[in-house]
Design a protein around this ligand. Structure first.
Ligand code: FIX
Ligand code: ZN
Length: 415
């Protein structure tokens, strides 16, 4: 048995992480067939809401003035403020530098002209596999909203998601904004009512089944506020309990719950205007216990909720924690959360997803996650070795494949 010496563990772990293509289980990317709703290229990278949030802290421009600029002008201002006038040390700004370096561009350049020229010369059909290879991912799960008029039209017209993308049926508008959207569903010929009465719930099951057939999603998903409680006497509880979860069971698919976002605490910042809050995870306890035949992929946004999530995962095997979502996707927190999960759950979780909104972001988000997770796994193997059990490369490969591929695949298949 070729056991790994303690001093070689981190190198071996890094090699195995780099050599294993991951499945990116949650992104906001789109297959080429979706046209311009799929974002890529330097102007999209620079006007990413993470960078816009940082821009408003380092520039005197008021958001209302910023939104009046063209996207090119906005990108120029972000570049000037966060990359030229200030060193790009934050996770999100450094990410852009890492992308330029990975694509062989001059990441020290101060002018955007050569970078824009590079992207203008890219063909998406060649660019996507190159970017996925650089990111070390084999496929990405999209976020697909059946009530987004532009996207829905593309699905209705028929679209091939291709080899690199899988669909996920995202239900925020239905579950969180029922009062604003029930009439849109009614207009599509479903007998639904605002009060969820009558045939509403069976009609929503029919609506969901139609979209499952059309999209072939790998899971259904919803983001939920920090104030989310289940069960309570509201439309959200009815829709989840009597429409979404039964349909998930019917099609044998998990439901992803992303809990803890406070939407639009500062609407002036648009996508950058969302925040985080500590959620009462007893809702998760109730869901996991009351629906043992449903499977829940769960990510929580608040740092303070991470430990509880691990404890609930130890109580309910139909609950699979995933990712260091959004404001947690920073090296210090990825290391902290991953260490806690290894200590409490072994390898029975999914450490990360990219949440990429712009194609090339998968490059830095996965480079950064690999860099943060390698020492955490190596430390776990070091402690195991010191405590008397030798670790082999096969052990490490098995665990890494499990963390970034088979835990997800098996949870989808309920196997
Ligand atoms: O709800 C979500 O899927 C969030 O990831 C997004 O709303 C958020 O804007 C984001 O891009 C986070 O990284
Ligand atoms: Zn997301």
């Amino acid at each position: 048995m070729n056991s790994i010496a303690v001093q070689s563990l981190e190198t071996t772990v890094s090699e195995v992480l780099d050599g294993t293509p991951f499945i990116d289980i949650h992104t906001h990317l789109f297959a080429p067939g979706f046209g311009k709703i799929g974002l890529w290229g330097i102007d999209e990278l620079l006007t990413y809401h993470y960078l816009e949030a940082e821009l408003f802290r380092s520039s005197s421009i008021h958001p209302s003035k910023y939104w009046l600029l063209s996207q090119t002008q906005r990108a120029d201002l972000v570049w000037k403020t966060l990359f030229v006038e200030n060193p790009p040390v934050s996770e999100a700004t450094r990410g852009v530098v890492a992308i330029l370096q990975a694509l062989g561009l001059d990441s020290n350049a101060r002018s955007l002209a050569p970078v824009r020229e590079y992207f203008q010369n890219q063909k998406l059909a060649d660019h996507i596999p190159r970017v996925f290879k650089l990111a070390g991912i084999s496929e990405a799960v999209m976020t697909n909203d059946p009530l987004d008029p532009e996207e829905a039209a593309i699905w209705s017209a028929g679209v091939d998601t291709g080899p690199f993308f899988r669909a996920a049926l995202r239900l925020d508008r239905i579950i969180n904004e029922w009062d604003a959207h029930w009439s849109v569903i009614a207009a599509q010929g479903y007998t639904v009512q605002q009060d969820c009465g009558g045939q509403t719930l069976s009609e929503i099951r029919r609506f969901l089944a139609a979209w499952v057939t059309r999209m072939q999603p790998v899971y259904m998903a919803v983001s939920l506020p920090d104030s989310f409680l289940f069960p309570v006497e509201d439309a959200r509880t009815h829709l989840i309990r009597d429409a979404v979860l039964p349909t998930c069971r019917e099609f044998n698919m998990p439901m992803a719950l992303m809990i803890g976002v406070r939407r639009q605490v500062n609407p002036l910042l648009k996508n950058a205007g969302d925040a985080v809050g500590i959620a009462d995870l007893r809702s998760l306890e109730n869901l996991s216990r009351e629906f043992p035949d449903n499977r829940f992929l769960v990510s929580v946004l608040s740092r303070e909720n991470q430990h509880e999530l691990c404890v609930y995962a130890r109580k309910f095997f139909n609950l699979l924690p995933f990712g260091c979502w959004w404001f947690l996707n920073n090296p210090s927190l990825v290391a902290e959360i991953t260490r806690m999960r290894v200590e409490m759950l072994g390898m029975s979780f999914i450490p990360q997803h990219s949440d990429a909104r712009v194609l090339e972001q998968v490059i830095y988000k996965w480079r950064s996650s690999r860099r943060s997770i390698a020492p955490v796994l190596a430390k776990a193997y070091e402690l195991l070795t010191v405590d008397g059990r030798a670790v082999t490369r096969e052990d490490i490969q098995g665990d890494v494949s499990r963390l970034f591929r088979t835990n997800f695949q098996r949870f989808l298949e309920n196997s």
